[in-house]
Design a protein around this ligand. Structure first.
Ligand SMILES: [Zn+2]
Length: 69
């Protein structure tokens, strides 16, 4: 019987940059992230932030108070 060494699917880049989402070493193929999943997470994050700002502005309009002195 021959023991095979563990496979290394995605080798982290040797430059030492880290994924901004989870802090793992970045993978050249998914720069600057460590995986496609993290890249999608980042995209979704700023998309949601943009959406939230838009809704907050709308809410402000609804809170108009009529002050007729
Ligand atoms: Zn990551």
């Amino acid at each position: 019987m021959v023991e095979t060494p563990p496979k290394r699917a995605a080798a982290p880049s040797p430059k030492g940059k880290k994924c901004p989402i989870c802090g793992k070493p970045e993978v050249t193929r998914h720069r600057p992230f460590c995986s496609r999943r993290c890249a999608h997470l980042d995209l979704g994050r700023w998309l949601r932030e943009d959406y939230r700002i838009a809704t907050e502005e709308e809410a402000d309009i609804e809170e108009e108070s009529f002050d007729d002195g």
